[in-house]
Each structure stands twice: as structure tokens, then as C-alpha cells.
Design a binder for this molecule. Sequence first.
Ligand code: HPA
Ligand code: ZN
Length: 351
Amino acid sequence: MNLAKPDIKPVATDRLPELLRGMPKAELHIHIEGSLEPELIFALASRNGVAIPYASVEELRSAYAFTNLQSFLDIYYAGASVLIKEQDFYDMAWAYFVKAAQNNVAHAELFFDPQTHTARGVSMQTVITGLHRACVDAQTGLGISASLILCFLRHLSEEDAFKTLEQALPFQDKVIGIGLDSGEVGNPPEKFARVFARCRELGFHLVAHAGEEGPPAYVWTALDVLKVERIDHGVQSSKDAALMRRLAKDRIPLTVCPLSNLKLCVFPDLASHNLRQLLEAGLAATINSDDPAYFGGYLNENFTQTFAATQLSARHAYTLARNSFEASFIDAAAKRRHIDRLDERFDAFSA
Ligand code: HPA
Ligand code: ZN
């Protein structure tokens, strides 16, 4: 790809948040069901006549105290149960795009979990057409380009993933890639070797969550067995020096989600987060929000809180934003346009 911009001028700490918020960026790790705010959960529950076991928005929000990934997933799947109609999926994604525009997100690749919905009798068509319609409107209404990545739930069987793939094939033109999410430990990437091989033959881009809570071995098998192009999270990679060298050498992007890692107790506090270590080892790390309605912040909050806690600089900001475009699944000309705009923003900021 292009050479990195050489002349990033230092920016005073008190002006960094303005630079972070205003710079254009791509978001590559956002579960669209994790953008469902409590207010929208209640509105959709009432619209669809779905009962939820919380009396109020406040009571639901106060249940968002997690100790690990599974404690979050239990509430996250319950929240998604209010999504029934095509318009519900549209409304959820549109609400995210409005926030994304406020965060200067220029491009977004949205994960969705169809098995959470098809298991409740909602059709694949309902899910994909609602989300896709919002992606089209994000481009025309907000100037945000967006695409969809279908994730298999790794706590379910590979056979179930194959069935899900079959149901999605009529909508293949609306799905750019395949991912793997849900409870990681005990569900290694290689459990899905055959279905990922099939997805690869079909021409999908491939990504997988690995090394969020699970060991570096899961990152190795995501790369070498599933042959993914990006690793989602991947923060446990720093425990394996050989893996760190591999990720740096092959410029494998990591979609890191600092506030998620904080809320799910992957790190005890943001100051202990290893993002700086990953960047300084030459890895193509990016910052993302994961499940912003549950983890207390959209993309700009992830940037500003992480920068404040770990004393990252304007140069790191440029690298992270640039990595986000380079790691995305847009074509080379679109990458160039976004990076030119990023460069203009940095030039204007230091002028
Ligand atoms: N990890 C695994 N599965 C998920 C996550 C995550 O961070 N968010 C939503 N589903
Ligand atoms: Zn995730």
C-alpha cells in the first residue's frame, strides 16, 4: 500500500480529542445487534408485543455489569429478541449509522448474527434485507459506505453454520464477508474449518474473533486453518512472541475494541491495555466499538478514552485511522480517496 504520511506534527494533549473525533475513520468491528440501545429495545418490544424481563430502560441499563464475555452474551442475545420485522432491522442499523456519522465514520463493516434471529423464526430474508436497506440509505443520506459481514455463532455446531450459509446464499450479493463470534473459549476456530473453506470457495472475505479471551493458539488456527484476512480482537496475541512476529510480517489487521475489553474484564483498566504494545510491534491494529450500546461508548469514546489512558500521540491517531481504511474490504481507489481525506484533515489541523 502507500507510504505512511511522514510529517505528522505533535498535537498538544488538550487538543488531541478534537483531532480524534474529527478525523475520518473506518469501523470494522461493530456487531449491529450490539448497537441496540435500551430505549430502542423498549420501543421495539412494545411495537412487537415482546415481553422483556426489565421494568424500565434504567433497570435494563443497570444490568449491564459484566464479568466476562459470556455474562455479556446472555444479555445481548436477550436484547436481540425484540427484532422481528424487516423494519426493526432497518431501524436498528439506521440508528447506528446516525451515531457513526456523528463519530466521523466514513466506512463501516457491520457484523450480524443471523442464527440469533432464525432460531426464533425470523427469516434470513427479513434480517438481510432490513440491514441492507439501511446500508444503502447510509450511503445516500449520510455519505457513509457500509457492508455486511455474516457471523456464525461458534457455540453452535458447524452443521448449523452450514445450514445458515445455505439460507444466506440467495442474498450473497448483500454480504461481503463471513465472521465467527460468540463464546470463544472451548470453541476454537478449527471447529469451523470445513464451512470456512466453503465460504472461501464462494468468494467471501473471511474474518474471525480470536484471542479476545481465548489463547494465542486460536489466533494461529484462525490464520492457518480458517485462512482469515483479519483477526477480531486478537489482544491475547501479545503472549506469544512468534505470533506477534507473524502478525507484523503479514500485516494481519487486528480489530481491537478497548472499551469492550475493559467492560468484559479482559484488562483490569484502560491504562493496562496493550494497544500501544501492538502498534509498537508493527501490527496493523485498529480501534473499534464492538457493542457500543452495551460497553459505554461509540467509536470516538473508544479513541479518546484509550488515548487519554495510555498517552498515545497524534502519530498513533494517524496510524490507527489509516490502518482502518487499509484493513477494510473496499477497493484500492476508495482506500486512496479516504486516505487522501485523512491526510488533508491532519494537514488542516496542524496548519
Ligand atoms: N465477542 C464474541 N462475540 C460477540 C462479541 C464479542 O466481543 N460481541 C458480540 N458478539
Ligand atoms: Zn466482537
